[in-house]
Design a protein around this ligand. Sequence first.
Ligand code: GDG
Length: 516
Amino acid sequence: MTWERHPTTWTRNALHELIRSEFRDVRVIAVSNREPYIHRRGPNGVECAQPASGLTTALDPIMRATGGVWVAHGSGDADRSAVDRRDHVAVPPEEPSYTLRRVWLDQTTERRYYYGLANEGLWPLCHVAFHRPVFRQEDWESYRRANRLFADAVLEEADGEPAVVFIQDYHFALLPRLLKERNPNLTVAQFWHIPWPNRETFRVFPWKEELLDGLLGNDVLGFHLRYHCNNFLDTIDRGVESLVDMERSEVWRGGGLTRVRAFPISIDFEQHTLEADSPAVAIHMERWRKELGNGHQFLGIGVDRADYTKGIPDRLWAVDRLLESYPEYRGKLLFLQVAVPSRTQIGEYQRLNQEVEDICGEINRKWARGSWRPIRLCSRHLPQIELMALHRLSHFCMVTSLHDGMNLVAKEYAASRVDEDGVLVLSSFTGAARELSAALPINPFSVEDMAEALRTALVMPRDERARRMRALRAIVRQNNIYTWAGRVMGALLEANNAPGVFGHSQAMVFSSGVQA
Ligand code: GDG
């Protein structure tokens, strides 16, 4: 398959086809902190589960088609009992087609590298959600140590041979350079799932030279948006000795070339739509209808990891403001917030959970009328099928991130609405807002703006709701998760200039003529 023959709408099969034809005989190694399969002890012995994650959806078909190795942190309490002497386990359990290689981290390293540097340092730094990042020297040492441990595992898997390595996220900024130094035959790509801030913001990072140099070990570095790519190039231009070509979005440093590209991530639209339309979802809709009662006429929802970047408190105050400004919704509107506890080892997250609970209590006390309360908080993880049922029952869905790389909840909401109804209220500061222009845009920093958008959503005529929802669905159908994966793999083909990395490298010179 040549680049020109890549499909206009990507599917799982098209991705398979690309990988089978172009990556034949290529060793593919994926790296992420989170593992795609986890072994845990349960009441019936050791169980193997697949944690629900968009990432697994995207990478699993790549790994199945290549039969490669996925290197990840072994975090399950029965993970060690499932691996062989090389820390390998064949997955998926029901139909083994690739290898999971587990990396072990002691508790202190995990705490400092993952919760400390990655989630108390880089996460707030890159999101600019007005939460001060915390930088501790010991966290940075652990981050380096964890990156070295992952590098050892990847290099062992490549065994000195050429291979393609695809790294996920901000936990591994140092890994690309560590890999390239010890095996220059590797072709390395990384996807950064969160925003990249402007250079002024990034300047405060205490170990910036080392981190940026690490990232420039990549042949391909992907962000969700062109805007993030430009911020990154600008940061490099002012911060690292290198040659930055803004026009081509490329950086030369020490003889190595990094292509910086935008790959907006997405979901498996067809699969999601199919499930959302299934009888199983209809059963859950019925159950939720009973559970929520019929004391309301309108249902609004929010679904998030409980994270301060998602703007949950302001969103709840917007519901309160709506009830202040438009008394006709008192006694008639129910807003259900699903807020799944996340990163609870970190103080900021514990405080957020408490704050959200307190706000819900305060608003409910203020407006209580008979058995009616305007807000319902669900602080537990729900199966995907229940989320689909809630999507389908609701009149609107609120995504109010103060800043978000993409935001998959917005895309999932559209994919669930097979009835072409429901209104998506979407923060302009999400990556998703760039594609989903048929949503109602809001400024999540303005409670008034959000309250007015809710009012607009509630009075929007059926035909306008349908028109907007059709447009949202068409975009997500087109820009699906396989489009994302296909584009990343296409960029890897483009990056391939090392003879022998691919069995048939001459055939893969990128047809636009762009070569390293
Ligand atoms: C990072 C970036 C980027 C939530 N509650 C439940 C549940 N979820 C699922 C959602 C969605 C996922 O979690 C959250 O994805 P987001 O994209 O909204 O946000 P992050 O977790 O912050 O992800 C983000 C993403 O990476 C991908 O690159 O879009 O910008 O920050 O899929 O549905 N899933 C289930 N039960 C819940 O209760 N099953």
